[in-house]
Design a protein around this ligand. Sequence first.
Ligand SMILES: [Zn+2]
Length: 316
Amino acid sequence: MTSKPFASTADTAEQTSTLEELAPDVYAYTAQGDPNVGAVVGPDYVLAVDARATPTAALEWLGELRRVTDKPVEYLVLTHYHAVRVLGASAFGARHVVAHEHTRHWVNERGRQDWESEYRRFPRLFRDAESIPGLTYPDIAYADGLTLMLGSREVQIKWLGGGHTLGDSVVWLPRERVLFAGDLVEARAAPYMGDAAVAEWSAATLERLAALEPEVLVPGRGPACRGGDVEQAVAETREYLRTLWDTVRGARERGGSLRAAAEEARAALEPRFGDWWIFEHCLPFNVARAYDEAGGLPPQVWTAEKDAAVWEQLQS
Ligand SMILES: [Zn+2]
């Protein structure tokens, strides 16, 4: 059997991004399954959520944003450390880059390896990769939560527990009930679990997120959700996570190999989620992480070499 094309290297079709106003002066720029970004426009300045993979890709988003405001970006909030969300940061000229303390730590510890790994996994997102000046270092790191006032509008940046990474932030507007969920919730896209706290994410962390009772939710990937679609996106993300976790952990407990665990996971997931964005891309990394977690191991540092070895083992 021939190998499937590595990760998303065969995904070369540009996606169209759409600017949507979710509440007055609150925007999402969603990207048909590519990483979403957003912004809250205050009386004096803008708070932006996530940065895209390169300054060039970020400038496309800023060009759209400049159609609705010419205010400077004061805060750029990074929902987590992944390269496709942070390496475009320099384009914003933000006064402050805000992230959770664990994200600050992971940028220092494994940001460089993640950059290399993500670039190889999904080159299309790294448009004009030479425009990246280096890693993005937050200058404001928080532990449990941080509240910023944009005029009279309260913006809460919250850490809800271990999840997609160990340092995910959500951006919550309590008055408007709008939630930027980062990659903790996806809509019709596979959740990436390679850096995850799998058990915690699928249970306590998603419960805390749901308890906010958002009326509008911007997922990490996929369209912005409203009303019943919010619950559906959370429920489907949870279902994917639990299905993968239960099958992989079960296989490991019975002495099954990583490959056997991957086959069980695929059989359980594919009928339900096989047509979701980045399903094939994520599956081997998700299985590898769940298999490690079932054995009591912390999230590994993904390098280009580890990526290739896991892909070869599970997708060939
Ligand atoms: Zn991510």
